[in-house]
Write a protein that binds this ligand. Structure first.
Ligand SMILES: [Mg+2]
Length: 235
């Protein structure tokens, strides 16, 4: 099973209890978009004279666009006495991102896991920091994602705070009429794993493969269950 495992509840017969629902992150979890997002942020920040370090790019993962913009503008302002405005930064970033994101492939095991949940009648929701428009763009080439009909977006009117706050997971569970504590959440980013953990979900983390064991321990909640591939998860 996983690279590391902590706190996995197992029934007497050795099986895991069935979740009330599965709540899925999108970017870097179901679709392999994170390298594409990173490239777009890198191009935009470099355009304004502030290339981003790998750790900085990792910290942007899982967060809403407006939260990333605020962070990147802060970094640019450290070295650029005339930093751009948010629209000026996005005018460079968005065309790069939009050209790349339509090319994103599914993460290994993602389509199979979503289809198994659907076949078994397990409720599903998308709990993403991406905006409604961005999700439409990214998911259009992937008809299997239409199986997930309940969706909470980063620009959702009902959402107060983005990841790492728990709100997106709490709202997703509420819309399915279940308790977040009875749900399984699937995440790849530190911010997202913090959000799902704070909401009380059982959290599976598909951590980026280039992180070593120490980095994983430092970046993700201790209770999260680390997996290598979504195909490992038995529902
Ligand atoms: Mg993610």
């Amino acid at each position: 099973m996983g690279r590391e495992k902590a706190g996995a509840a197992v029934l007497e017969d050795g099986s895991m209890p069935r979740p009330a629902a599965c709540l899925f992150d999108l970017d870097g979890l179901l679709l392999d978009t994170e390298p594409l997002h990173a490239r777009a942020w890198q191009e935009a920040a470099s355009h304004f004279g502030r290339p981003l370090a790998r750790t900085e790019l990792l910290s942007l993962r899982g967060r809403r666009r407006q939260d990333c913009v605020r962070q990147v503008l802060g970094w640019i302002a450290e070295t650029n006495s005339h930093p751009p405005t948010a629209p000026e930064l996005l005018a460079v970033r968005q065309p790069v991102a939009e050209a790349l994101l339509v090319l994103a492939k599914p993460m290994p095991g993602a389509e199979g896991l979503v289809c198994r949940c659907s076949q078994r009648g397990i409720a599903m929701a998308l709990a993403t920091s991406s905006s409604r428009d961005a999700v439409a763009l990214k998911t259009a080439p992937h008809p299997w994602l239409a199986l997930i009909t309940a969706r909470v977006f980063g620009d959702d009117p009902g959402l107060v705070a983005g990841k790492p706050a728990p709100d997106v997971y709490l709202l997703a569970a509420e819309r399915l009429g279940v308790n977040a504590q009875d749900c399984w959440a699937f995440e790849d980013s530190p911010a997202g794993a913090q959000a799902a953990t704070a909401a009380g979900c059982r959290v599976f983390v598909l951590a980026p493969l280039d992180l070593d064991a120490c980095q994983r321990r430092d970046l993700y909640p201790a209770s999260a269950e680390l997996i290598n591939d979504l195909g490992e998860v038995q529902v």
